[in-house]
Design a binder for this molecule. Structure first.
Ligand code: MSP
Length: 516
């Protein structure tokens, strides 16, 4: 079976920001975790390229919509490559095969009797690409998220008969595990309990969209088209655009990871559309929180947007991944604070984890012929550090299974702290001075080096780069994605006598003397 997981498909009205980077990094860690356990994974990301918002941003840039989409989606693709994101697919909703999938899907929905014509009146937020609940009598209403004026719309559209799905959707959102974290369930349940209303799935006179077959002048509403990108993404390069292939290509998805602002689309509209088209439903929709910066909403007008390129260049992937995954409970809102960011990275990664490996391998090389000392009694699986490693691995497995990156990261850090504590208690630098202390020192250094190896192995889904550098310092081959975790998690795998390379710091301290 394939584990299919997705990020949202990002709008190409503008370049990536910290919000989209956050979702993508989290999904990358999940994908890596699953692969390391031996699962087959299809990790999907991509771009949402139609609609009024994109059309307007292309106009503002003086480009055709297609040229604008090509440029920005190319930037996304490159950015994820630079961040080392391990996505298997990158779908663009302007892909011709996607258009064919949308047409087939629409035909199914129509055949189910779920498409009707109707009049759409209401206040529309172009930035959300969504009608808002404001009263028609409202004067100059603004979008609560984007703080921009809403636009009044009154047009004849095609509607999807969402109201027919009241009962199955009620059951679905109340079911355990579909909406995560649990705290987000209530808000969707309330929305559904208020009674589901049909929603419009086409626009008149919006050229930048997929034409609705059989309805001249109509293009698909961008959300109808975009959600179907999760399906088109599963087609393999040589596949024809055929909806009936998808069961063999990994549909249904096990997990959609999204921001809390688009939960309704994923937990209500999307499953109803799938039911109408006779396709199975995704297993879980996880709505994460929003990031602010030093307590303020990030936005262009405030001039405080965190640019992923700048972050990458000045801080590197490990630092940013660690801060976002270790410090912010996944699901809650989080605040990016520069001081806390550099403190955590320096304390946890440079001092605790990096230094542990560095000083232990220096001592081992100096006193034991340039390599890993004889393990002696430290090879037994009931060594106190062996027990810690095993317990940590169990915690990490459980936490990552539940998308709790924070608990996983904290457990790995505690393991490194325990090894540091052990080293300080045993003080090999004193013991080595007496000849009869040598065997004990060998055992202790072995145990700590082996623990460092476990730290590196367990860090792999969260911080793949740092994990790789640590393994290199321990003369270990890189972990293979396919079940590499099972093979690596045996106490005593580090071979005594193995030559260790010249120690170099695996993690540099962050010295941020100006705002990012
Ligand atoms: N195109 C739609 C998704 C279609 S999925 C079929 C869309 N795109 S988006 O680019 O605007 O947003 C992508 C994601 O980024 C959303 O999940 C949104 O919640 C998230 N974030 C945007 N700003 C954010 C923060 N400041 N913090 C965290 N995530 C935020 O919506």
């Amino acid at each position: 079976m394939t584990y299919t997981l997705t990020t949202p498909l990002y709008y190409v009205n503008d370049r990536a920001h910290l919000g989209s980077t956050y979702t993508t990094l989290a999904c990358d860690s999940i994908a890596r975790f699953r692969r390391l356990q031996g699962e087959r994974v299809t990790f999907i990301t991509g771009c949402d390229e139609h609609g009024l918002k994109i059309q307007r941003s292309a106009e503002a840039a003086g480009l055709t919509p297609q040229a604008h989409c090509d440029a920005i989606s190319g930037e996304y693709r490159d950015l994820w490559r630079r961040w080392g994101i391990s996505n298997d697919r990158f779908i663009r909703t302007t892909d011709p095969r996607h258009r064919a999938i949308v047409e087939q899907f629409f035909a199914r929905v129509e055949a189910s009797g779920d498409v009707v014509e109707g009049r759409q009146q209401g206040w529309y937020c172009v930035a959300c690409e969504e009608f808002k609940e404001e009263s028609p009598a409202a004067t100059e209403p603004h979008c609560p998220i984007h703080l921009r004026p809403l636009e009044w719309r009154d047009e004849l559209n095609l509607f999807f008969r969402l109201s027919r799905y009241q009962e199955p959707i009620e059951q679905l959102v109340a079911s355990d595990g579909f909406i995560a974290p649990r705290s987000r369930r209530r808000e969707v349940e309330n929305f559904v309990a208020g009674g589901l209303r049909d929603f419009s799935i086409s626009r008149l006179d919006l050229p930048w969209g997929i034409p609705v077959p059989g309805y001249d002048g109509h293009t698909f509403y961008v959300w109808f088209d975009a959600l179907l990108g999760y399906l088109s993404a599963l087609l393999e390069p040589d596949d024809p655009a055929d909806l009936s292939l998808l069961a063999k290509r990994g549909w249904p998805a096990q997990l959609h990871v999204i921001g809390k602002d688009i939960l309704r689309f994923h937990a209500v509209y999307w499953p109803a559309m799938l039911l109408s088209a006779g396709l199975p439903l995704p297993e879980k929709v996880f709505g994460h929180g929003f990031l602010t910066r030093e307590g303020q909403k990030m936005g262009k007008s405030l001039g405080n947007v965190l640019d992923p390129d700048v972050l990458l260049e000045r801080c590197g992937t490990d630092a940013v991944r660690w801060y976002l995954l270790r410090d912010i409970p996944f699901g809650d809102d989080g605040d990016f604070q520069q001081q806390r960011f550099s403190d955590l990275v320096n304390n946890d990664l440079a001092n605790t984890i990096g230094n542990l490996l560095n000083r232990t391998s220096s001592m081992a090389r100096r006193w034991f012929d340039g390599g890993v000392p004889p393990a002696g009694a430290a090879a037994t699986p009931d060594h106190p550090l062996a027990l810690r490693c095993l317990a940590c691995a169990q915690t990490v497995d459980g936490a990552l299974e539940g998308l709790d990156f924070r608990t996983a990261a904290a457990a790995i850090l505690e393991l490194a702290e325990a090894a540091n504590g052990f080293l300080n208690d045993r003080a090999p630098w004193k013991a080595i001075k007496a000849e009869e202390g040598r065997d004990g020192v060998a055992e202790d250094l072995y145990a700590v080096l082996e623990t460092s190896r476990w730290v590196a192995v367990l860090l792999a889904p969260l911080l793949p780069d740092l994990s790789g550098r640590m393994l290199e310092q321990l003369a270990q081959p890189p972990l293979v994605a396919d079940s590499g975790w099972t093979a690596a998690r045996h106490w005593g795998k580090l071979a005594s006598g193995l030559a260790l390379p010249e120690p170099t710091p695996v993690m540099h301290r962050l010295e941020l003397d100006s705002p990012l």
